[in-house]
Design a protein around this ligand. Structure first.
Ligand code: GLY
Length: 360
């Protein structure tokens, strides 16, 4: 088992990474929770696979376990579902000395973390991420949120978990599409800061080869995430580097109503489009976008969006509007993350109206 500490003064915590770790979580929990009530929040996809394996570890006193299973999917990440869960916690008399456990992918982690941040003004929680995307990204760094009709993640907090437990074996049950969805974030980390990781991804041909190296791959991503989260817990500066591909990616997700492309697919499109443009502008070394496109294709991710409904220029306007209202768009300025080359990134400030130059 590997351990990585995220150093954030009083909000510091350990990430535990190990094959088969899910079977031994009870032994790793802090002693003070040995008699506490535990609310396991999971979803309808993960529950049949892993809920029993987790909850049976507390079989000595099953009465202290509250199992909460939400419907799988982003549609559950809202204040109505949160409200129902607050009520269940209150009915079961959960107090601040009890614990919430998020067992699932990004939706479960964000929702359970948001509930933990707000129930009784804050109750501790742990993350057990079960998707690759959650294992390398969303379970680390304390961003928790729900969606509201005006937008995704618009209500939330920075609320760090007590610990994160990552078991790469649970990835074996992911559908290919969602495995590769997570790999888009792995490619992102490699692009912004780790040329050796990029080279490893180039050598691995497909999912089986990736899974054989998954401990090292996840570890490399966690080290990069640690670096940026420790520098900038509240996302006001350096942490923006983690948004490579996300400015256009978020807009693509939004313009397709969060249904056509997964987050990772949209980020893949965003990484390609921005790197093609920055290379044409002479800001990125020649050949970088070709390397990127090759690896994106290798892992079955899209290079560009496909839309049939609207003429290209009308759709681009829609994308630009989505970029302009992104919550990271500060004072009409956009901080774009660009690549100097694979493994080296830099921030490039532009005025919002210049965004169209990067969408051609
Ligand atoms: N997912 C990007 C961040 O945590 O800042």
């Amino acid at each position: 088992m590997q351990k990585i500490k995220i150093n954030l003064e009083k909000n510091s915590y350990e990430i535990y990474l190990g094959q088969g770790l899910l079977g031994g979580i009870a032994k790793l929990l802090p002693e003070k929770y040995s008699t506490a009530k535990l609310a396991i929040i999971t979803d309808s996809n993960v529950a049949p696979l892993y809920l029993e394996r987790l909850s049976e570890q507390f079989a000595d006193d099953p009465s202290r376990i509250l199992k909460i299973v939400i419907s799988a999917g982003e549609a559950s990440k809202n204040l109505i579902v949160a409200g129902e869960i607050y009520e269940q916690l209150a009915q079961a008399k959960f107090s601040r000395s009890d614990l919430i456990i998020a067992l699932g992918g990004g939706v479960v982690g964000d929702l359970a973390g948001f509930i933990a941040a707000t129930y009784m003004r804050g109750i501790k929680f742990i993350q057990i991420p079960t998707s690759l995307l959650a294992q390398v990204d969303s379970s680390i760094g304390g961003k928790v949120a729900v969606d509201i009709p005006s937008g995704k993640n618009l209500v939330g907090a920075f609320y760090q978990p007590l610990a994160v437990y990552i078991d790469p074996q649970v990835l074996l049950t992911l559908e290919d599409r969602f495995y590769f969805d997570g790999l888009a974030e792995v490619i992102k980390y490699a692009c912004i800061k780790d040329a050796a990781l990029f080279a490893k991804l180039e050598v691995c041909q497909g999912r089986t080869a990736i899974q054989a190296e998954i401990m090292e791959i996840i570890l490399s991503c966690l080290k990069i995430k640690k670096h940026y989260v420790e520098l900038d817990e509240f996302d006001t500066g350096e942490r923006m580097f983690l948004n490579f591909g996300h400015t256009i990616g978020h807009a693509v997700e939004k313009c397709f109503n969060f249904s056509k492309y997964t987050h990772g697919e949209a980020v893949a499109i965003g990484m390609v489009l921005i790197t093609q443009a920055s290379e044409e502008m002479g800001l990125t070394c020649k050949g970088t976008s070709e390397k990127l496109k090759k690896i994106i294709t290798q892992y079955q991710l899209p290079l560009n969006y496909q839309q049939e409904q609207l003429p290209t220029n009308v759709f681009q306007e829609k994308l630009l509007t989505a970029i302009a209202v992104d919550k990271k768009n500060l004072k009409q300025q956009l901080n774009l993350v660009l690549l100097k080359e694979v493994g080296q990134s830099f921030l490039h400030k532009i005025k919002s109206e210049q965004a169209e130059l990067f969408l051609r």
